[in-house]
Design a protein around this ligand. Structure first.
Ligand code: URA
Length: 433
């Protein structure tokens, strides 16, 4: 195979053969195709797209380029969930124990946060002692014990994607539906679950800015999952505003615990129940109506909360933190953000709030930054709420006194006001099966 010919073929908008795709991914992963040629191919893909068959083959070639997890011992019951990333997205902490309590098997790999978005692994590490790195034997053994384990992504999972993503990042080719869909799905396929539920976020804090663009990506990913024999579904959810009130690791864990205890914000509970229902539907083979009822029952009966504590304890965390959340500790500085305006909040830039939380210590500007688990923001007001000057809009938590003024200005600057009342924001735009 000559890489030159492959580039030429894609430049002309022709379909690449299965063998060509597997070979080029193998050669690139092994360092036998130079970045300049792969960059040219990525740009040709960016402009000419890929057919469904090409995208499916590319995904599988990347998924099988490194370690793959074998969950076949769990039959049809294993189910994964993936979020395309957002601000205040702590759904995994709530959804996974609901599904596990219902009888699904959740053996999950999650990422760390970068930039304005958070990562589940960082959130879980708010529990002192929680182990996000388990050997493959420990991982499977824990899943057998409590139907649930969440660990960091194995270093050799889909290495072809890791290399390609880094190249896309510096060649202006990230933003292509077949490339994003294959990148995300390669890791999900390698992670081995029988069912996959995708939470594709749409809005100011998300990768895809509108529900239409998010749907396009979701459909591409659902097609890939199905073409590789996985039951796959996607929900398009609202990320124009942070999900729930808490942004920052321990603050988000505490909010998730509140939802599991039957309290917490309505928007967060709604999205979690919707995700959990579809996961239960796919993994247990229930009708959509029965799956919804099951998810609700697991949450309302407290069974999901008990499952959560068992899970945390088995992975080395102290479940008494869930009973007494003050154990997570408090920041040196707590600062109320007061409104300087009056009216109804029309919109709230979720990305700006995420960046403000990062500046307070809750996130990483670069991969090597160390995060402060206690830092973050509680956002008390959301679009649609009526505000008068002097109302407390948010509370900032940080050990970095120097970051407070900038973060406060960012939170205030993220809000737009109107004099007219607004209809309630829709949290779930669409489900794609
Ligand atoms: N997340 C991924 O894993 N890959 C992409 O291409 C974009 C977002």
């Amino acid at each position: 195979m000559r890489m030159y010919d492959i580039i030429e073929k894609k430049k002309q908008g022709l379909e690449l053969e299965k063998d060509e795709i597997y070979e080029l991914i193998r050669l690139y992963t092994d360092g036998n195709i130079p970045d300049y040629q792969m960059s040219a191919l990525l740009m040709a893909i960016y402009f000419n797209g890929m057919t469904k068959t090409e995208t499916s083959n590319l995904t599988d070639a990347m998924a099988t380029s490194g370690d793959t997890v074998d969950l076949s011992m769990f039959g049809d019951l294993s189910v994964d969930k993936h979020s395309t990333g957002g601000v205040g997205d702590k759904t995994t902490l709530i959804v996974t124990p609901i599904v596990a309590a219902a009888g699904g098997i959740v053996a999950k790999m999650s990422g760390r946060g970068l930039g304005h978005t958070g990562g589940t692994v960082d959130k879980l590490e708010s529990f002192p002692g929680f182990r996000t790195s388990l050997s493959p034997e420990e991982f499977v053994s824990q899943v057998k014990k409590c139907h649930l384990a969440v660990i960091g992504q194995s270093a050799n999972l889909a290495p072809a994607d890791k290399k390609l993503y880094a190249l896309r990042d510096v060649t202006a080719t990230v933003n292509s539906i077949p490339l994003i869909a294959s990148s995300i799905m390669s890791k999900k396929l390698a992670a081995g679950t029988h069912s996959i539920v995708l939470d594709v976020k749409a809005g100011s804090g998300a990768f895809m800015s509108t529900p239409e663009k998010a749907s396009e990506l979701a459909e591409a990913m659902v097609d890939i999952g199905k073409s590789r024999g996985r039951r796959t579904a996607a929900l398009i959810t609202n990320m124009d505003i942070p999900l729930g009130c808490a942004i920052g690791n321990a603050l988000e864990v505490i909010e998730a615990i509140e939802v599991l205890k039957g309290k917490g914000p309505d928007d967060l509970r709604e999205v979690c129940l919707a995700l959990a229902s579809v996961m239960i539907e796919l993994s247990l083979g229930l009708s959509s109506v029965d799956a919804k009822a099951k998810a609700k029952e697991m949450l309302e009966s407290g069974k999901a909360y008990e499952q959560f504590k068992t899970w945390i304890a088995l992975q080395g965390g102290d479940p008494s933190y869930a009973e007494d959340t003050s154990k997570f500790g408090s920041s040196k500085h707590e600062h109320d953000v007061l409104s300087d305006r009056e009216g109804y909040i029309r919109s709230c830039d979720a990305e700006a709030i995420g960046i403000a939380a990062m500046k307070l210590g809750a996130g990483r500007a670069t991969k090597d930054d160390v995060i402060d688990h206690k830092a973050g923001i509680l956002l008390f007001k959301k679009p649609g709420d009526r505000i008068t000057a002097g109302d407390v809009i948010a509370k900032l938590y940080t050990d970095r006194e120097y970051a407070i003024d900038e973060a406060r200005d960012m939170v205030l600057g993220s809000l737009e006001f109107t004099d007219e009342p607004l209809p309630e924001a829709k949290m779930i735009y669409k489900t794609i099966r």
